[in-house]
Design a protein around this ligand. Structure first.
Ligand SMILES: *Cc1c(COP(=O)(O)O)cnc(C)c1O
Length: 800
């Protein structure tokens, strides 16, 4: 996109005048943001239209990425970056007396996701557009995003996130692309004159699905793809049907809130309604679009790929079957063949409680026709596979079983590809979680390690680093992050290593300013910034990190004059509102922060910073300032992780278990550049097998650890009498499900090593460099290119 600075200024002032009928002086940053958003859309409009037209005329195969969550972050800067307008706009605004960095802060951060899953979906949309893949997102336009988190007296308090209050400048409502989604009622199959059966519906609850489209701008390539988010509304009411307030509310509720929990299958009918709502609307719009440009359905699989991001969109499988058979007169066999060719599924978890299942009664009542189709998939699966694999295995793996619809199994059976998100995770899927289905369909299983877009996580979040890299290795890494490996030539360049420390210092100053402003707390910038940012969950073990803080605290208290390498421990984490234990950990962290931060003996040497309301915007400030990246989940529990990759690319060293993609990060950057520790997956599974883990033995055998655990209940930490007891009991009474005590010693050994190593800044920055250099392997574009080649079979731009 080329616009001169002068042209931009004229356009911007005209936009202000058109929108507000006033002059610049009389507008707020929010007004300016909206005007700027309109202008960016106007500049990008021709690309958006041209992209859609080109896909059509070239008969490009379309990829539809279905996800119940998207966590895109603020879009202003991302769009400016990808349109190559950052400099023009910054200068233009400056000449008008405005500050782009102030305006960008006025944008709400759409929290339409909980964490990694939704953020991955957003990174992949950005990568698809940047690789010129005909890729579309399909999701839900939640009226309220993930709750806003406050701390009151150290406890998490949830407030609604009214992110649409001032409208959303990036979306376009497309009412003419609406469709009807049917729930409940009765359905039966009516024989037709030509011998076929046609389903008849009675007493259904119909909901209007209205799409809101958001342009997804590719990086410097004039491509703009579409993220389509669906909103539930009352159907157009030609026959003046009466809707009671309860009925109106029921429709309204479907897209009102995001479920604030990504690690449990939410057992609510409303969740199932949400899932069918956006999958049905999405598949209807895909089929409609296809039919507008093709005759008959036979080429459908050549033109369409549908990706199922975790199990929530699995109903795309029976919904496509329904449309192909009921509306487009395909036979079962043709419909099933097309469906399997089109569908692919990514599994994101091995946690048993996160594998979605729905009670048959609920499912059948809400989705009677879909249930018939799932039951037929189940019947045929059993009939075909039992002779080959035996009744026991087939029973264990069929879509229906124990009175439940098993979404993950349905997803595997109805897809041609199933992937895990890191090599270790994929192996665990085969060996454990989906072992039965792996026996039936070994050829479907493959690995696609997660990736992140460095456009957002380095170019936007860390401009000082980006500029420093440009100066050394040129700017081609911005297009192809694998070129970052050429940095290794500067490992022994003292000047460059010094620059890296200066970049880190600048980012620490920015974070320290935010902490001072939001928490009223001073943190020194020469300390080690030890960062753990992610959802609060027992398996992620924020508790282990707290134990290290207590260890350091006791060390200072015991020997107040002994040398101590200053540390700032930084947390960001939301807990699901119903997750009692996670909330107890939040209270503990805040209580420890309160104890440590106000102890005059400790002074500035040790600080604990828990910044509330963690989300993409906060991540963009915290991650560039990190020295240490805490990736300390119990081995086998974290499918991949992606904050590990973001922190790596920003030069933080990983303190990490051999879990998820940590394994690959350690390998890519070299173990000597990270701090690996803890039980391996094999060791964890050996404990499970033998049933011989005894947390108490670790507690009794290590006086330092015992003192820390006891401090939870002996009054050392004020204000946690109930939470401290609860956590204490989880460790000793309930035998420490996540092996915190088993991993304590090796974790702390590495933490001591970190304090020692950090004092040699040259050596430290050399290792930071090794991390940055190796991070290109985790770029989202590479990951998405592998999906395109192996799974979707669509062409894409090459990076080299
Ligand atoms: C990347 C990201 C996550 C995922 O973090 P993990 O440590 O991989 O769980 C969660 N939330 C936000 C806001 C993120 O940007």
């Amino acid at each position: 996109m080329t616009v001169t600075c002068a042209q931009f200024k004229r356009d911007f002032l005209a936009e202000i005048k058109t929108l507000y009928a006033t002059t610049l002086n009389d507008t707020s940053p929010l007004d300016q943001l909206i005007a700027l958003g309109h202008l960016v859309r106007r500049y990008d409009g021709p690309n958006w239209a041209k992209t859609a037209r080109a896909y059509q005329t070239q008969h490009r195969k379309q990829v539809y990425y279905f996800s119940i969550e998207f966590l895109p972050g603020r879009l202003l800067m991302a769009n400016l970056l990808n349109l190559n307008l950052v400099t023009t706009v910054r200068h233009g605004l400056k000449e008008l007396g405005l500050d782009l960095d102030q305006i960008r802060q006025a944008e709400p951060d759409p929290a339409l996701g909980n964490g990694g899953l939704g953020r991955l979906a957003a990174c992949y949309l950005d990568a698809m557009a940047s690789l010129d893949i005909a890729g579309n997102g399909n999701g839900i336009r939640y009226r309220y995003g993930l709750f806003k988190q406050l701390f009151i007296n150290g406890y998490q308090v949830e407030m609604p996130d009214d992110w649409l209050r001032n409208g959303n400048v990036w979306e376009t409502r497309r009412e003419n692309k609406s469709c009807i989604v049917r729930f409940g009622g009765h359905v039966w199959l009516q024989p037709q004159a030509n011998g076929t059966l046609k389903p008849q519906y009675r007493d259904t609850d119909d909901v209007l699905a209205v799409p809101y489209d958001v342009g997804i701008v590719g990086y410097h390539n004039s491509v703009t793809n579409t993220l389509r988010l669906w909103s539930a509304e009352l159907p157009p009411n030609a026959d003046h049907t009466y809707y009671s307030q309860a009925q109106r509310d029921q429709i309204d509720d479907i897209t009102k809130v995001l479920y604030p929990d990504d690690s449990n299958s939410a057992g609510q009918a409303l969740r199932l309604r949400q899932e069918y709502f956006f999958t049905s609307a999405g598949v209807q719009s895909i089929v409609r679009h296809f039919c507008a440009h093709h005759h008959g359905m036979r080429t459908f699989a050549k033109q369409v790929a549908i990706h199922i991001n975790d199990t929530h969109p699995t109903l795309v499988i029976p919904e496509l079957m329904r449309l192909l058979m009921d509306e487009h007169h395909c036979s079962w066999d043709l419909a099933w063949a097309l469906t399997r060719q089109v569908m692919s599924y990514t599994n994101h978890t091995i946690l048993q409680e996160a594998l979605e299942t729905w009670p048959v009664a609920l499912f059948q009542g809400l989705l009677p026709r879909i249930y018939q189709i799932v039951a037929e998939i189940d019947r045929r699966y059993r009939a075909q596979k039992t002779p080959v694999f035996g009744a026991a295995l087939v029973d264990q793996t069929a879509p229906l079983g124990n009175g439940q619809v098993r979404m993950a199994y349905l997803a595997v059976i109805g897809s041609h590809s199933v992937n895990g998100v890191a090599p270790l995770h994929t192996e665990l899927l085969k060996k454990d979680v989906l072992h039965g289905l792996y026996q039936v369909y070994p050829e479907r299983f493959n690995n696609k390690t997660n990736g992140i877009t460095l456009r957002r996580w380095v170019q936007l979040a860390n401009p000082p680093l980006a500029r420093t890299l440009d100066a050394r290795i040129g700017n081609l890494w911005r297009r192809n992050p694998r070129l970052l490996k050429t940095l290794l030539a500067y490992q022994y360049d003292q000047g460059f290593l010094t620059e890296l420390s200066q970049v880190k210092l600048a980012n620490k100053q920015a974070l320290a300013a935010l902490v001072a402003q939001r928490l009223g707390l001073q943190i020194r910038t020469d300390a080690i910034y030890d960062v753990q940012v992610k959802r609060l969950h027992a398996y992620k073990r924020q508790l282990l990190h707290v134990f290290e803080i207590l260890r350091e605290y006791f060390q200072i208290k015991d020997q107040p004059t002994a040398p101590f390498v200053p540390r700032v421990h930084i947390f960001g984490a939301k807990a699901a509102p119903s997750y009692h234990y996670a909330k107890a950990i939040i209270k503990l962290i805040n209580a420890v922060a309160n104890l440590v931060n106000h102890d005059p003996v400790v002074g500035s040497r040790l600080k604990v910073v828990f910044i509330p309301n963690y989300g993409v915007s906060l991540a963009e400030v915290i991650i560039p300032a990190a020295d240490v990246s805490e990736q300390i989940s119990t081995a086998s529990k974290e499918a991949s992780g992606t904050s590990n990759m973001k922190l790596m690319a920003n030069g933080a060293l990983a303190l990490a278990t051999y879990d998820g993609a940590n394994v690959d990060i350690i390998q890519a950057a070299g173990a000597k550049n990270e701090y690996p520790f803890g039980l391996t997956v094999a060791e964890v599974y050996r404990y499970y097998q033998r049933g011989d883990y005894r947390a108490r033995d670790f507690y009794r055998g290590n006086p330092e650890l015992k003192r820390i655990v006891d401090s939870l209940v002996d009054g050392t930490i004020p204000g946690i009498s109930t939470e401290g007891r609860e956590i204490y009991d989880s460790l000793l009474r309930y035998n420490d499900e996540f092996f915190v005590l088993a991993d304590y010693a090796s974790y702390v050994a590495q933490q001591r090593q970190i304090s020692q190593d950090y004092q040699d800044q040259t050596a430290w920055q050399r290792r930071a460099l090794a991390n940055i250099a190796a991070s290109g392997a985790f770029g989202a574009d590479l990951a998405v290119a592998r999906y395109a080649d192996d799974i979707w079979q669509v062409p894409h731009d090459r990076l080299d």
